[in-house]
Write a protein that binds this ligand. Structure first.
Ligand code: TRP
Length: 375
């Protein structure tokens, strides 16, 4: 039965099935976040973010090196990004919330890439005008997270191209088609923009080094599907005279249906940041759960929080108190907590979370230019 759980796909263009993160660690050649490295982090930040305590961020590349550098007095910059293929949903916000915490703890600059070129090239139906519209919608959500306006630089690939392009071609020159094909599975039918794209995603990690004229370490928080771009690019940075960026990998927020990550293509199982309270309540009340078919069975046998998206939403986003989280787990397991009340509790907390976010999102409308990097 070894094969039962292995039916999943994780690439930058597609995430499908029940992801086995331990298998990904092996397949991608990344390192689990060990107690050792978490203790090292704790020395610098005090209490760890709940996403670290709960292993929502679960793996890394060269984080030990980054901490060595930091302890020697070299500050690092942060880099992350967003592919603007539609409106922002809760899953997208997980790495952003975590990135904001690191920015605060380490007082780090953040480069935030909006890959409008990527989404135009990879999504056949999207026009450049539409991706641009989504880019600026998404930027409101990014600003609403609370990044430091004096230390955060947001840019669209097509708009910041005078700076990005001459750097991207330096990477492109070292990446052969056969490497890109082996890593991403490209076929003859892929358009040539897609094949080039990894070189655009590589660039922001070196923007600060180029600006300062000396090497500055970089940490990239990302959802683990983005790792393949950097697996390719990390071989190139030293060839161009730069440090390899360190990476910290996050898990996917599941959708409200059965299995799989939250995905805009199934809107009923996906909560968007601009959803209205009544839609949020409906989606949550209709969610799949780990509960039993009847109240009596639930009381008697308890539910299964580990396969339950409602539980996962508390875990990933809503309930930051570990004690309370454990209580939800125990109450579900021992049959005290019924799915209906659990969903209602989540729905109300989620509505509150979103109304607060929407207020900040509205305020962000006047702040866009403070954050944009222009050339
Ligand atoms: N390609 C990413 C996406 O589709 C966006 C992105 C660009 C990104 N640069 C990044 C994500 C760096 C994480 C880290 O969402």
């Amino acid at each position: 039965m070894i094969y039962l759980n292995q039916d999943f796909t994780v690439t930058p263009w597609e995430v499908k099935g029940e992801v086995d993160y331990n298998k990904l660690i092996i397949d991608f050649g990344i390192k689990p976040l060990s107690e050792d490295i978490l203790n090292r982090l704790r020395k610098h930040v005090g209490r760890l973010h709940y996403m670290l305590r709960r292993k929502i961020f679960f793996a890394h590349r060269d984080l030990d090196w980054l901490l060595d550098m930091y302890e020697r007095g070299e500050n690092f910059i942060l880099y992350t990004g967003r592919g603007p293929s539609g409106h922002t949903h809760l899953g997208h916000m997980i790495p952003w919330i975590f990135t904001k915490w690191i920015q605060e703890k380490f007082n780090a600059k953040l480069y935030f890439q909006i890959t409008d070129d990527e989404k135009f090239l990879f999504k056949h139906k999207l026009t450049l005008e539409t991706v641009k519209k989504y880019s600026y919608e998404n930027i409101l959500d990014i600003i609403a997270i609370g990044f430091d306006p004096d230390k955060t630089y947001i840019f669209l690939d097509t708009e910041y191209s005078k700076t990005l392009y001459p750097l991207a071609i330096r990477f492109a020159k070292h990446i052969t088609f056969s490497t890109a094909r082996a890593v991403f599975g490209f076929k003859e039918s892929n358009n040539i923009g897609q094949i080039f794209f990894t070189s655009m995603q590589a660039v922001p990690a070196i923007l600060e080094s180029v600006k300062q004229g000396k090497n500055v370490p970089c940490l990239i928080p990302l959802a683990v599907d983005q790792d393949p771009h950097f697996r390719v690019a990390r071989d190139i940075y030293p060839k161009l005279g730069f440090y390899k960026p360190a990476i910290i990998h996050g898990k996917f927020l599941p959708g409200l249906g059965r299995g799989g990550k939250m995905s805009s293509s199934i809107p009923e199982t996906c909560i968007f940041t601009i959803d209205k309270p009544k839609d949020v309540r409906r989606k949550i009340m209709n969610a799949f759960t780990g509960g039993r078919p009847t109240k009596e069975e639930q009381r008697k046998y308890g539910g299964n929080p580990l396969i339950c998206p409602v539980y996962q939403y508390f875990y990933f986003l809503i309930e930051k108190n570990d004690e309370k989280m454990r209580k939800i787990f125990d109450e579900c397991r021992n049959g005290e907590r019924l799915c209906g009340e659990c969903k209602r509790e989540l729905a109300e907390k989620m509505v509150k979370f979103l109304l607060d976010h929407q207020k900040k999102r509205e305020n962000a409308k006047d702040m866009i230019e403070r954050f944009m990097l222009r050339d």
